[in-house]
Design a protein. Structure first.
Length: 159
């Protein structure tokens, strides 16, 4: 997370000190300061929602952290129905209330071209669908040999 903290130097120092002690914050790095404004990079632990999906075969379609809905909505796809129950249980153990709103089977008539399958495989292997992403769209596009705009459209259409 990148923040710009504005105010008197003492207030900025107190704010940074408070951030360093917050649960879930692993590191606070001051990037630049002009005396009344300081840019701060904050590294956070992996969110509990993301951790709940570890070890399952899910692929996120929407990130709940980007949701504008309250409560947040999380859409994902999985090969195994057992993963759905496992994730809901793990979320509950972490203090997050979740309920299944809808389960929709994937249309088996939809097929991917070999090229699309290859791109998705590389994207998954390189961590494009992880939160946070381990690879940018631009870097991924260089690997698969497709311009970033086209690759972005392909990945969105495949999702």
């Amino acid at each position: 997370m990148l923040l710009d903290i504005n105010g008197p130097p003492k207030s900025i120092e107190r704010t940074i000190s408070t951030l360093q002690r917050m649960v879930g914050v692993t590191e606070v790095i001051e990037e630049e300061s002009d005396g009344t404004s300081t840019r701060v990079f904050i590294a956070l632990e992996k969110p509990r929602i993301c951790g709940s999906a570890e070890g399952t075969e899910i692929m996120c379609l929407d990130c709940p952290f980007n949701s504008t809905e309250v409560p947040a909505r999380w859409r994902f796809t999985t090969k195994k129905m057992n993963d759905v129950g496992e994730i809901v249980s793990r979320l509950a153990e972490g203090g997050i209330q979740a309920r299944i709103q809808d389960i929709t089977p994937i249309d088996k008539n939809v097929t991917l071209t070999m090229k699309e399958k290859g791109m998705i495989t590389v994207a998954i292997e390189r961590g494009y669908f992880e939160f946070p992403r381990r690879i940018t769209l631009e870097d991924l596009s260089q690997i698969v040999g497709v311009d970033p705009t086209s690759l972005g459209k392909i990945l969105r259409s495949v999702e």
